[in-house]
Design a protein around this ligand. Structure first.
Ligand code: G3H
Length: 486
């Protein structure tokens, strides 16, 4: 990828390039594979992109923000039609760049396409619902959701396509203009889509830049010209980036941040089902999902049985390259991750936990096999940190108040899974859980989808909601045209 997109032009970059490696080795002796390079842009190019987005917005008077609904839909439809022709290339890059297995890579692509179509439909509906008449007021109102301005959009490496597009697409269709900086891993998969962006939207509406997040975001934010910071990632980056904006009252935040989602397994749970779902929830994409299950609370009366059967299922998971048939565990894209995971395991062991599965903690250059740790306590780093990887802490509880208190104390509040069968126990429990998190998964693991459902969190887990419906509202403001009934 030699160019970046500014002002509707794919600009060739002659300066420094960053090499993009895959953690997957194509030789017997471990050596990460060089996949390509991306421009290492600096402050000048960041400000060039900002200027381009500002010009296209033109203080609300640009072509894009004033465009008719039908024409904006047309542009979006053109984009998604072109994007669909790049499925194979994007899926391949998802596997090589971030090590996501084939079915999940295909799912990420298809789900993103669906998200775009659903967004178009919701946008049409929003406009159909626009006319209002307040009885006896004598005033007709035509509600128009309008854009807010220039959006800086930053995405994560674990869903480099889906998560960034769930910010970018609603921001665009609402008439905002955008500067988009993809994540460090999963950056090359933008290459097959650059032409589609260029061909579908007016110049300056989508600007795509490459380089280090803070290097590019800091000068952009310092100008005070960003109206929405849209970011899915961690709160440390979100806080550092937004702190540069000189006028916080003029900055809207749309943030999807960390979580440490628990599962609670009650004494009367269907153990087979609970184990199956907990395996999926903890190990899918090696635990690198903000929606992953990060701690399992199991009632003390069943913990021994649970641990035995759960550990056996974890040990039976298959590790391999993403394109291999039936592979569930794949190499980790972050080079420093295995060492970090080992640190967490060692810390837990020093503080009294043991690895209870046979293969747990087995390490290669690019991977650590999921380690099931028991008994875990709150003083351990693995409990405290959003480890975003293959470690599975288990805590036994006597009284349901114990996990509830932990959840109430936690800095996060995205989701919980609860496994049980007695409706008289579950019903009041759910009434409490919905006040601690934003999604309660009954006898199933945590997940974001289907993407038409609200995706958000309490406390440090999110700012704003990202269902198809809510995202359109997060990236716009409600305005209206009033007329008197004369
Ligand atoms: O990292 C957070 C993702 O939104 C997770 O989505 O639950 O569909 O894997 P998912």
């Amino acid at each position: 990828q030699n160019s970046y997109l500014v002002d509707g032009e794919l600009k060739e970059w002659q300066g420094q390039q960053t090499e993009v490696f895959s953690t997957i080795s194509s030789t017997e002796i471990y050596k990460p594979t060089l996949l390509g390079t991306v421009p290492e842009l600096g402050e000048n190019e960041a400000l060039e992109a900002l200027l381009s987005a500002e010009r296209a917005y033109n203080r609300g008077q640009g072509l894009w923000p004033t465009m008719r609904v039908e024409s904006r839909i047309e542009a979006m439809e053109k984009f998604v039609a072109q994007m669909k022709t790049k499925r194979e290339a994007v899926v391949k890059l998802l596997m090589w760049e971030i090590g996501k297995n084939l079915p999940d890579s295909e799912k990420e692509f298809d789900r993103t396409v669906d998200y775009i179509y659903d967004t178009i439909e919701e946008y049409k509906q929003m406009n159909r619902d626009a006319a209002k008449f307040e009885k006896n007021s004598g005033v007709y109102a035509h509600i128009r959701r309008g854009p807010l301005g220039v959006v800086l959009c930053l995405g994560p490496y674990n869903y480099p396509l889906n998560e960034t597009f769930t910010l970018l697409i609603p921001a665009l269709i609402m008439g905002n203009t955008t500067i988009f900086k993809p994540a460090k891993h999963g950056v090359l998969l933008l290459s097959p889509l650059m032409e589609a962006f260029k061909n579908s939207f007016p110049p300056g509406v989508v600007n795509i830049i490459f380089g280090r997040g803070r290097t590019l975001a800091t000068p952009i934010m310092k100008t005070g010209k960003i109206d929405i910071l849209a970011l899915i990632g961690n709160s440390k980056s979100a806080n550092a980036i937004q702190a540069n904006h000189p006028n916080k009252n003029r900055l809207r935040l749309v943030l999807g941040l960390e979580a440490n989602n628990p599962a609670i397994v009650l004494p009367d749970a269907d153990l087979d089902l609970a184990i199956k779902e907990c395996v999926l929830g903890t190990t899918s994409f090696n635990g690198q999902r903000c929606t992953a299950l990060k701690v399992l609370y199991v009632h003390e009366s069943i913990v021994e049985e649970f641990n035995k059967r759960f550990s056996a299922k974890i040990d039976a998971l298959r590790f391999g390259n993403p394109w291999d048939d039936g592979v569930e565990l794949t190499p980790l894209p972050e080079p420093g991750k295995p060492a970090y995971i080992i640190e967490l395991i060692e810390d837990a062991k020093e503080k009294g936990a043991a690895i209870i599965n046979k293969n747990g903690g087995k390490t290669t250059e690019n991977y650590v096999f999921p380690a099931v740790l028991y008994p875990v306590t709150k003083s351990m780093r693995v409990y405290e940190e959003e480890q975003f990887g293959p470690v599975i802490p288990i805590i036994a509880f006597k009284n349901i108040q114990e996990p509830l208190d932990d959840m109430a104390e936690s800095n996060y509040g995205q989701q919980v899974s609860v496994f049980g069968s007695d409706i008289n126990t579950l019903s009041p429990l759910i009434d409490t859980l919905v006040n601690l998190v934003c999604r309660v998964n009954l006898n199933s693991s945590c997940q974001r989808g289907p993407d038409v459902y609200p995706f958000t969190g309490r406390k440090d887990s999110a700012v704003a909601t990202l269902s198809v419906y809510d995202a359109l509202r997060s990236f716009s403001i409600r305005t209206f045209v009033a007329s008197k009934d004369t």
